[in-house]
Design a protein around this ligand. Structure first.
Ligand SMILES: N[C@@H](CCC(=O)N[C@@H](CS)C(=O)NCC(=O)O)C(=O)O
Length: 211
């Protein structure tokens, strides 16, 4: 049995889209952030850092979005959400999964939670502004690397595109949203057009514009 602990639009969106791409049965368990449920004793038993998502797969508890995504890609190879192990494409996939989660995803914490990054409250706004500027540069790099390819891995779609789509969504309220980069906007539109993604967005109550 697979259960995904999620909150609409959070990092849990990535494994949620993957589970619908895979088409395997799973249970969704809401972590009610309005009630700070991610910090409840029960949730901390699953993820001691109090972060969303958590995936429980046949009793194994996993946290960290990229790890969950790579686990699902391996567990359901027939869904082809990652290239075959041992191929150069697989290494590219690792590169993108780690880059996206280590670099822009981590930076988004400074954008969304700037108060956690300051000793002096007066610096909060400045920390957020600097995070936004760093995020712009990160999306510029991703855009240059993507070039005119349809997907991050070139001709083949992968879970890395779902992670990028989620990060673009998080950036939709920035002064210069990632969608203003035309090739990123085109990739996001391709992701949003996938039936499994549309179903995920519908279930999470997320309406257009998605990014
Ligand atoms: N590195 C973690 C980060 C997860 C994360 O930051 N999740 C956010 C939601 S997108 C969260 O749980 N925020 C609530 C909090 O920090 O209290 C992952 O990729 O799973």
């Amino acid at each position: 049995m697979i259960a995904l602990y999620y909150y609409p639009g959070n990092a849990s969106l990535v494994p949620h889209m993957m589970l619908r791409e895979i088409g395997t049965p799973f249970e969704l368990r809401l972590v009610d952030r309005a009630q700070n449920a991610q910090s409840s004793p029960d949730y901390l038993k699953l993820n001691p850092s109090g972060r969303i998502p958590v995936l429980v797969d046949d009793g194994q508890v996993l946290y960290e979005t990229a790890a969950i995504a790579m686990h699902l890609a391996d567990r359901f190879p027939q869904a082809e959400l990652a290239p075959a192990i041992g191929t150069p494409e697989r290494s590219e996939f690792y590169k993108w999964m780690i880059h996206l989660s280590n670099t822009p995803q981590a930076e988004f914490r400074a954008w969304f939670y700037p108060h956690q990054h300051v000793a002096d409250e007066a610096a909060t706004e400045s920390v957020k502004t600097a995070a936004g500027q760093r995020l712009n540069r990160m999306f510029d790099v991703i855009s240059r690397e993507l070039g005119d390819k349809p997907w991050l891995l070139g001709e083949r779609f992968s879970a890395a595109d779902l992670l990028l789509f989620t990060l673009m969504r998080w950036g939709r309220g920035m002064p210069r949203p990632p969608r203003t980069l035309p090739n990123l906007a085109a990739l996001a539109a391709r992701v949003a057009a996938r039936p499994a993604v549309q179903e995920t967005l519908r279930v999470e109550g997320i309406e257009a514009p998605f990014v």
